[in-house]
Design a binder for this molecule. Structure first.
Ligand SMILES: NC(=O)c1ccc[n+]([C@@H]2O[C@H](COP(=O)([O-])OP(=O)(O)OC[C@H]3O[C@@H](n4cnc5c(N)ncnc54)[C@H](OP(=O)(O)O)[C@@H]3O)[C@@H](O)[C@H]2O)c1
Length: 238
């Protein structure tokens, strides 16, 4: 579990003992923190701070931001009998390139059933930190956690939530979600697992690719969350 403790220094600057100083904290947040800190001998747990406007400040500020990656058919189907319902090599390639890009090790967060659906010889997915969410199981060859929040507290380069249906349902509502990369596959494939409706929460940003593989037409799109109010995030500060 990551340490959410903050300190307040003599100049009124909030900082985490283990991280560089965090500046530009809004006044209302600072005064709440100051009261708590004085009452609690100079430390405060962010999770306990009552903030009137949670869109401006939240303990989630210390969780990783993440991208959701998914491929859906026209009915938002994502899989059948705990496997994928179509085969698209180009989309697999896109998934690999996206999730391994950059100089740091990225992490891929998935539900236990998605982990189980990956053939044993292909897992853990190479060159990525594999994180598996399960209420009950400790999965070998991956980092096991018991919640999405716990997965987002692990250190990593870029963070990708890669399914399946149960995990996507939590991820699209999570405040740290900053991007949805969705491959839309033409047709329907009698899926038994689905991506949740997302268009009320996200807006189309750009079309990244249009392709056709063996007659299956697909389009890769980038969507971003609709934000009603600008967010303040301590990780952006100074
Ligand atoms: N098309 C795509 O892009 C794509 C991507 C990924 C997966 N898929 C497909 O999606 C299907 C699998 O999705 P799914 O919805 O059945 O399963 P899933 O989301 O992969 O995993 C569900 C499991 O995650 C754990 N879990 C769920 N909510 C949790 C919570 N709040 N706290 C702790 N653990 C929690 C539970 O594990 P325990 O039971 O161990 O407690 C649960 O059984 C497969 O068909 C797969 O091929 C498709």
């Amino acid at each position: 579990m990551q340490d959410h403790t903050l300190n307040l220094d003599a100049e009124g600057v909030v900082f985490r003992p283990t991280q560089p100083r965090l500046h530009s904290v809004p006044d209302e947040v600072l005064s709440v923190l100051a009261d708590r800190i004085h009452a609690r001998d100079t430390t405060v747990d962010l999770a306990d701070v009552p903030v009137d406007n949670p869109s401006t400040f939240s303990p989630n500020a210390f969780m990783q931001r993440f991208t959701i990656v998914v491929a859906v058919d026209q009915a938002l189907g994502i899989g059948r009998i705990n496997g994928l319902a179509w085969k698209l090599k180009e989309d697999m390639k896109h998934f690999k390139e996206l999730t391994t890009a950059g100089s740091e090790m990225n992490s891929v967060i998935m539900g236990r059933k998605t982990w189980d659906s990956i053939p044993a010889k292909f897992r853990p997915l190479p060159n990525r930190i594999n994180v598996v969410i399960s209420r009950t199981q400790n999965v070998a060859f991956a980092q096991s956690v018991t919640s999405l929040d716990a997965a987002l507290e692990l250190p990593a380069g870029k963070v990708f939530v890669i399914g399946g249906g149960e995990i996507y349902a939590m991820a699209i509502q999570h405040p740290q979600c900053e991007e949805l990369i969705i491959t839309k596959v033409s047709g329907t494939y009698k899926c038994d697992t689905f991506f949740p409706p997302y268009e009320d929460r996200f807006q189309l940003d750009s079309v990244l690719k249009l392709g056709n593989e063996d007659g299956i037409v697909y389009q890769i799109e980038r969507w971003v969350p609709r934000r009603l109010t600008p967010r303040f995030d301590l990780t952006d500060a100074g």
